[in-house]
Design a binder for this molecule. Structure first.
Ligand SMILES: [Zn+2]
Length: 278
């Protein structure tokens, strides 16, 4: 089992120590597509999966979800979160065992979803359907310092149930694609957003896995280049043994394309000063 570079108390200490209002954006990769964004004293969680619910659900089936990386933090300990997003309804992006403890620990927490998923989300989380902020594609919401806009995603087909989110805060623009393959017009749609940081999946497509596919490592690096992202941070690997990718393939693809790619280890902090010299 991969041990996060920092977890539990160490992770919380790092997040707390980093919380200075200096105009920089900081983020932590929490495994799979989970990213914690910190800006100007506010905290946004994107697609957290911080439980073993899928391992339990698929035990003794022909698609066992064997964890590769230890859980980085108990969601009940994340009691400083302002906003959490869910890009689509698959459990690694909409996990009741993660989101219910988060909602309990953060009384003012705003949940941002694709509007098309409202009824499903409310049912899975056992919450009032009026609670989430639902966005149709192209719609945006302002939550503290974060402006969050929903953009299309194709997992593997375009549908209103699959979203990515473009997050603006201060001088920074972050794109969290959710689960998606590349679709026609995707780069033209994204390029005008002048994305600094693109968080993209790299696990690719493999029909024998019997799960919907994503960008692979080469496609993620290529999309990053084509949309003009200053850096691509890969995600969606090293969570389940049956559905992972080698980040070294991503590093090689970035090198070949002249695209910056920063690979994080689970629990590692990324700081926007990394882009100062670029
Ligand atoms: Zn996924």
């Amino acid at each position: 089992m991969i041990v996060p570079v920092q977890k539990d108390d160490d992770l919380l200490l790092d997040i707390g120590a980093a919380d200075v209002r200096d105009g920089h954006l900081r983020l932590w990769w929490l495994g799979q597509s989970g990213v914690l964004v910190q800006f100007d004293g506010a905290h946004l969680l994107l697609d957290p999966y911080l439980s073993d619910s899928l391992t339990v659900k698929y035990a003794n089936t022909d698609t066992p979800h064997v964890r590769m990386t230890e859980r980085v933090i108990d969601p009940a300990r994340l009691d400083f979160i302002d906003v959490v997003t869910s890009s689509h309804n698959h459990t690694d992006h909409l996990d009741a065992e993660t989101l219910r403890p988060l909602l309990h620990a953060n009384s003012g927490l705003t949940l941002v979803i694709a509007e098309a998923n409202r009824a499903f989300v409310a049912s899975r989380l056992a919450i009032d359907p009026a609670t989430p902020v639902g966005l149709a594609m192209g719609q945006a919401t302002e939550q503290g310092p974060f402006r969050i806009e929903a953009v299309p995603a194709a997992h593997e087909a375009l549908a209103p149930e699959y979203a990515g989110f473009i997050v603006r805060c201060g001088a920074w623009t972050l794109y969290h694609s959710g689960d998606t393959v590349r679709f026609d017009g995707m780069a033209d749609l994204l390029r005008p957003h002048a994305i600094d940081v693109a968080v993209l999946p790299i696990n690719g497509r493999a029909p024998e896995r019997r799960v919907a596919g994503n960008l692979d490592a080469v496609e993620a690096a290529t999309l990053g280049r084509d949309i003009g992202a200053r850096v691509v941070i890969p995600c969606h690997y090293e969570m389940f043994t049956f559905n992972t990718a080698d980040p070294a393939t991503f590093v090689a693809a970035c090198a070949a394309l002249g695209q910056r790619g920063d690979v994080l280890r689970c629990g590692e902090q990324w700081h926007s000063s990394a882009l100062d010299a670029t």
